[in-house]
Design a binder for this molecule. Structure first.
Ligand SMILES: [Zn+2]
Length: 334
C-alpha cells in the first residue's frame, strides 16, 4: 500500500485517541449522552422519511420528480433547523444536476468532518423505496436528531444526498474530484470518513424468501484494495462496535465495497458503505427481487423490514457519537 493508507489510518487513529473520555475507543460502550441522543431516533419518523421520498416516484435523473425530490429534501433539512443548506451543481452526461447537503458544524474542530450520505435518485418506474429512499431516510433521521438545539458535535458532520448514483455515480464522483483538493481550506472541511447508506431494509436470505431472514444482518463494507483500506477498516470497526451496543440486528464487516457512491472516496478518505446485503455476494445476485423494479414501493416492505432499516440509523449515530464527539448542552440553571 502507498503512504496514503498509512496516513489515513494514522489520521483516524489520532481522531479516536483524541476523543475525550473514550478510553479504548471503538470497543468502549457508548456514553450516557450518546445513548440519550440515539434514544431520540424514532422508527415512525424513519418510516415517514421513506414515505415522503417515495411520493416522488422513482426520482429518475432528468425528471421533474427528481428535481422536486431535491427541493423536498432541502425543506426537510430546513425544518430540522439547518440554515446552511447548499446545492452542489454538476454536469452529468444527461445535463445539469444537483446534490443537496447540510452541515452540522462542529464546536471544537469545525474544519474536520464526517460525511454521511445516500443517493436520492432512483429508477425502475416504481418508488425506489429501498433503493434508495431507505438510505436517504437514514440520513434524514440522523440530521433531524443531530440538528436538535441542545445537541453538540466536536467535529462537523455533513449530510449529503447524492444525485445520479444510478447512471454514472457522478454526483459523488464530481464532488470527490472537485472538493478533494480543497480540503482543509475554508471551502471544504477535511474528510475524516465517509459513511454511505444504500438499500437498508431487505434481508430475506439467499435466495430471498417472503419473510425476513432469521440471520438478517447489516453489512458494513470497505474496499481492501483501496488506498485508504487501513483507515476504512478502523471506521468499519467503529460502526460495528456501536452496532453491538445499540442496535437490534447484528452487523457484519466485509472487504469488497462496490457499486455505491462511497467508492468515489475510497482512495481519498476512510470510506464505508452500510447496507442490507453485500453488493457482490448478495445484491447483484438478486437478494432483493424489488431492486430496480416497479415493486420497489413503500408498501412492499413490512414492519420487520423497517425495523431492520432503523437499526442502521442507530448504528451510524452510535458510531458518530464517538467519532464526531456528540454531547448534550447542559441546561442553564435559572
Ligand atoms: Zn442504490
Amino acid at each position: 500500500m502507498t503512504h496514503f493508507s498509512r496516513r489515513g489510518a494514522a489520521a483516524l487513529a489520532v481522531v479516536l485517541l483524541a476523543a475525550p473520555g473514550t478510553g479504548a475507543q471503538t470497543t468502549n460502550a457508548p456514553s450516557d449522552q450518546v445513548r440519550t441522543v440515539v434514544g431520540r431516533l424514532e422508527l415512525e419518523r424513519f418510516k415517514a422519511h421513506v414515505k415522503g421520498l417515495t411520493e416522488f416516484g422513482d426520482r429518475m435523473v432528468g425528471t421533474q420528480r427528481n428535481r422536486d425530490a431535491i427541493d423536498w429534501l432541502d425543506r426537510q433539512l430546513r425544518s430540522f433547523g439547518y440554515s446552511n443548506i447548499q446545492r452542489h451543481r454538476f454536469m452529468s452526461a444527461n445535463g445539469p444536476l444537483e446534490n443537496v447537503y447540510a452541515t452540522k458544524v462542529g464546536t471544537v474542530t469545525p474544519g474536520e468532518m464526517y460525511i454521511v450520505s445516500a443517493h436520492m435518485d432512483g429508477r425502475g418506474d416504481g418508488e425506489a423505496a429501498d433503493d434508495d429512499a431507505s438510505g436517504c431516510a437514514v440520513v434524514l433521521e440522523l440530521a433531524r436528531v443531530l440538528g436538535m438545539p441542545d445537541v453538540r458535535t466536536n467535529r462537523s458532520v455533513r449530510f449529503i444526498f447524492w444525485n445520479n448514483e444510478e447512471f454514472g455515480m457522478d454526483g459523488s464522483g464530481t464532488y470527490a474530484l472537485e472538493r478533494s483538493r480543497l480540503q482543509g481550506t475554508a471551502a471544504e472541511p477535511t474528510w475524516l470518513g465517509i459513511i454511505q447508506h444504500d438499500m437498508m431494509m431487505f434481508d430475506h436470505g439467499m435466495p430471498p424468501g417472503p419473510r425476513q431472514s432469521p440471520n438478517a444482518d447489516i453489512n458494513i463494507e470497505y474496499q481492501e484494495s483501496s488506498r485508504m483500506a487501513a483507515g476504512s477498516a478502523i471506521l468499519a470497526a467503529a460502526l460495528q462496535a456501536a452496532n453491538r451496543s445499540l442496535a437490534d440486528y447484528p452487523a457484519t464487516i466485509g472487504t469488497n465495497m462496490a457499486g455505491t457512491d462511497s467508492i468515489q472516496f475510497q482512495d481519498l478518505a476512510p470510506s464505508v458503505s452500510v447496507r442490507e446485503n453485500e453488493r457482490i455476494t448478495g445484491i447483484i445476485r438478486g437478494s432483493n427481487p424489488n431492486h430496480h423494479q416497479a415493486t420497489d414501493a413503500y408498501n412492499s416492505y413490512g414492519d420487520e423490514d423497517f425495523r431492520f432499516g432503523f437499526s442502521a440509523v442507530r448504528t451510524t449515530l452510535g458510531a458518530l457519537g464517538q467519532l464526531a464527539g456528540v454531547s448534550l448542552a447542559m441546561p442553564t440553571s435559572p
